[in-house]
Design a binder for this molecule. Structure first.
Ligand code: SF4
Length: 68
């Protein structure tokens, strides 16, 4: 899975950075995926962050096999 944050939906609660600090950071008022963490994001903390994001701004997508 690949994780990303839709900045147009994020309203900056910082929940994601609090729940999964290895994957998310909080920068300039938005949740962001840490560099290099996008592809490694399939743990329970990340799933919890996805579920608890108050604006459903965190998006998990299937990894595209051919990309790697
Ligand atoms: S939990 Fe959701 S709304 Fe809050 S900072 Fe993260 S992406 Fe943005």
């Amino acid at each position: 899975m690949k994780v990303s944050v839709d900045r147009s939906l994020c309203y900056g609660s910082a929940e994601c950075a609090y729940r999964a600090p290895a994957v998310f950071a909080f920068e300039d008022g938005y949740g962001v995926v840490r560099p290099g963490a996008a592809q490694a994001a399939d743990g329970p903390q990340v799933r919890e962050a996805v579920e608890k994001c108050p604006s459903q701004a965190i998006v998990l997508t299937e990894r595209e096999e051919r990309e790697e």
